[in-house]
Design a protein around this ligand. Structure first.
Ligand SMILES: [Zn+2]
Ligand SMILES: [Zn+2]
Length: 412
């Protein structure tokens, strides 16, 4: 019998891979699954730590934990742009819901993140599931919390289908689902508050679609009355004369899924001069061509760079990146656009994986090579022998880092 017990302590990376679920580099885990390797990892390592295994493992746990906390803090924060705090999730094909609490609105509903439930208005750009899937849940959740029925805006061409969707859920769940469903067409204007209105604009996707622009409304004294004094203005006003012009200022424009064609339409000029443009850049690099993006009704970052001269916004929030990208790919790509425009460019990266963590896991798995059994070197071995029972000589020898047990000179 030969017992091969490595005496030198195993290194951290040779231990970890056994405790991770298999992650294939060709098929990255979904976001929701992404946390589970981490949890498994911590549990496994904690058991080693409690066994007093290695202090270096403890340090590694602390570092990982710090990194995880830092990442969570960054992604939870949302983005502050031009006086608006923008939150939400947008991962191409998975879910898109952009929330602006100051306007009490959400653009698309995605899978209905919990923060969306408090918003009174939802603007739906098109009928794809990653943008509309959570709609019944949104309405139902507002009912559950006794919030007033929401107003949901949809392109007129999908209104009947959305109504049917609610009817199906009313029938399935025997629930009310109170909602004000508004078909708002390109060119129409709807007053959300006395100082805010919304207007849809034309976008280009593989199904009927439209974007939305939110305008602030303010009144300005007409030019011809500028020279008048206070009392004269008051008198005119009382006589029923309209003394003010209404000024609309585009605050936020949201495109939803679209090719870059919307940027070239002069009627969409307000989208490109709103304080904030929230648009999509599903594809970021050469691995997916501009043709591919256009065929699938999406925008390639290279096209935004090409049309950068038309961007007059103060800030651009890029969304809807393909889930194939890591946070680092996105940041790198955003720098390319930033160098072409005066607008502040920010990516919405909540829910995306970091290359650091992912590659770290994959690399540690790849780096792991099971150690070959060492040869026992008799020449340098040292050990002890004793008679266990009468006529049975037991020897314990250590050589080449291996412990060998032999009985009467033979290794059983
Ligand atoms: Zn989409
Ligand atoms: Zn779509």
């Amino acid at each position: 019998m030969q017992l091969s017990l490595p005496i030198s302590p195993s290194k951290l990376h040779t231990i970890f891979p056994f405790h991770h679920p298999i992650i294939s580099p060709s098929k990255p885990p979904l976001t929701s699954h992404f946390h589970s390797p981490h949890q498994t990892h911590l549990t496994a390592v904690n058991s080693l730590k409690s066994a007093g295994y290695l202090s270096s493992i403890g340090r590694a746990i602390d570092e990982e934990e710090e990194y995880r906390k830092a990442r969570a803090a960054v992604t939870r924060k949302g983005v502050d742009l031009e006086g608006y705090s923008i939150e939400g999730l947008s991962i191409g094909g998975h879910e898109t819901c952009i929330i602006i609490p100051e306007l009490k609105c959400a653009f698309d509903i995605g899978r209905c993140p919990s923060r969306a439930i408090q918003q009174n208005f939802v603007f739906i750009t098109h009928g794809h599931l990653d943008h509309i899937g959570g709609l019944p849940m949104y309405v139902a959740s507002r009912g559950l919390y006794n919030l007033k029925p929401p107003t949901i805006f949809v392109p007129p061409s999908i209104k009947d289908d959305v109504e049917k969707l609610f009817d199906i859920h009313r029938s399935l769940g025997n629930v009310e689902l109170n909602v004000d469903l508004v078909a708002l067409d390109v060119g129409e204007t709807y007053e959300l508050r006395n100082d805010i209105v919304v207007r849809p604009f034309k976008t280009h996707h593989v199904v009927p679609s439209q974007g939305y622009i939110i305008y602030s409304v303010r009144k300005k004294l007409k030019k011809q009355y500028l020279h008048l004094k206070g009392k004269q203005i008051e008198k005119l006003k009382k006589s029923g004369v309209e003394i003010t012009d209404i000024i609309l200022s585009p605050e936020v424009a949201f495109t939803g899924d679209t090719t870059s064609e919307y940027m070239l339409n002069p009627r969409n000029a307000d989208a490109l001069r709103a304080k904030i443009l929230i648009t999509e850049a599903t594809f970021l690099d050469e691995a997916c061509s501009i043709d591919h993006a256009q065929q699938h009704g999406h925008t390639h970052l290279f096209e935004i760079i090409e049309h950068a001269q038309w961007i007059r916004n103060k800030a651009v929030l890029l969304t809807h990146f393909s889930s194939r990208y890591h946070i680092e790919d996105i940041r790198q790509a955003v720098l390319k656009l930033q160098s072409k425009v005066s607008a502040k460019v920010v990516p919405l990266t909540e829910g995306f994986k970091s290359m650091y963590t992912y590659q770290h896991l994959v690399k540690s798995r790849e780096a792991f090579v099971p150690p070959k059994p060492k040869e026992f070197d008799k020449a340098t071995a040292i050990g002890i022998s004793f008679e266990a029972v009468k006529g049975m000589k037991v020897s314990l020898n250590i050589g080449s880092g291996l412990l060998r047990l032999s009985v009467n000179g033979a290794t059983p």
